[in-house]
Write a protein that binds this ligand. Structure first.
Ligand code: BT5
Length: 262
């Protein structure tokens, strides 16, 4: 039976044993005016990471995308990505895996020191063994999000040898397979709770801070307008990384982040 068979979730669930990309499928549903749907797959044949990178998604993972139409300004949309990272971290911890978040959207195992990291080229930034990644896509006007698709890929019951260098999985970390249905239910439940209302969204940054491995570390972020290097001191609305550099305090809104030594 598929992992979503009987999945108890605060969304209507559309399950695919195999699909190109759950994000693509959720975007299709957005075009049909659907809302509050979770597309869940056992295997993806054409999934993507950020910046059109390839995402490896064989049978045995938890690959899902949540389509919602939240009544918030577009500027707050990044909070949904951070909420998904918090939800994924909590579901992993419930499964006995010590997961942490690397800004903005990677869920890692380990403290992210370079010694145990993958080559930068393989992970789009160093900092721990990568358990999960998140890809958010949206459409809307400035004053209101139209639709929002948050895609979460979690290496659940997979052999890390079949994944890109630097990746890990829940089963490898805990030494036993995980109940994917329970894991997905916990993740979706937590995501729904964190994003239920504008008031609930106010709790996302505090929750994110508590689970972050990036804060307090030396980082190097490749942002759209150049490289920022310094100490990550905080995350600020709507999800920007605050970095103390030699030239003063900077806010970085998007980019690939690498944890540095020291
Ligand atoms: C991400 O991108 O981390 C976002 C990944 C989102 C995937 C989900 S699965 C459900 C939904 N449907 C989709 O089509 N996508 C979403 P980024 O930060 O750009 O990281 C991508 C990089 O991670 C790649 O260049 C690889 O080096 C590495 N990578 C690819 N597959 C991986 C895996 N399964 N585990 C760990 N690392 C992986």
């Amino acid at each position: 039976p598929g992992i979503a068979f009987g999945l108890d979730a605060p969304y209507s669930v559309e399950y695919h044993d195999r699909v190109g990309s759950t994000n693509e499928r959720a975007r299709e549903l957005a075009g049909e005016d659907a809302a509050d749907v979770a597309v869940v797959a056992n295997e993806q044949t054409g999934s993507r990471g950020r910046l059109d990178r390839e995402w490896v998604a064989p049978s045995g993972g938890v690959w899902l995308s949540v389509l919602t139409r939240p009544d918030v300004p577009t500027a707050r949309a990044p909070l949904f990505t951070l909420a998904a990272a918090v939800a994924t971290t909590d579901a992993a911890r419930q499964a006995g895996v010590d997961a942490r978040i690397k800004w903005p959207n990677d869920v890692l195992v380990g403290d992210g020191t370079p010694e145990e990291s993958a080559p930068a080229s393989d992970l789009g930034g160093r900092g721990g063994r990568k358990l999960a990644g998140i890809l958010t896509e949206m459409e809307g006007e400035a004053d209101r999000v139209g639709w929002l698709v948050v895609g979460v890929g979690v290496n659940a019951n997979l052999d890390p040898e079949t994944l890109p260098a630097g990746a890990t999985s829940l089963s490898a970390e805990r030494g036993a397979p995980v109940d994917r249905r329970r894991f997905a239910a916990t993740l979706l439940e937590r995501y729904a709770e964190l994003t239920a209302s504008p008031g609930a969204l106010d709790g996302v940054l505090p929750a994110w801070r508590e689970r972050a491995s990036t804060l307090g570390r030396r980082v190097r972020v490749e942002a759209a307008d150049g490289v920022v290097e310094g100490t990550a001191v905080d995350v600020a609305e709507p999800g920007a990384l605050v970095v103390d550099t030699d030239e003063g305090r900077r806010r970085v809104h998007a980019g690939d982040c690498e944890h540095l030594r020291g």
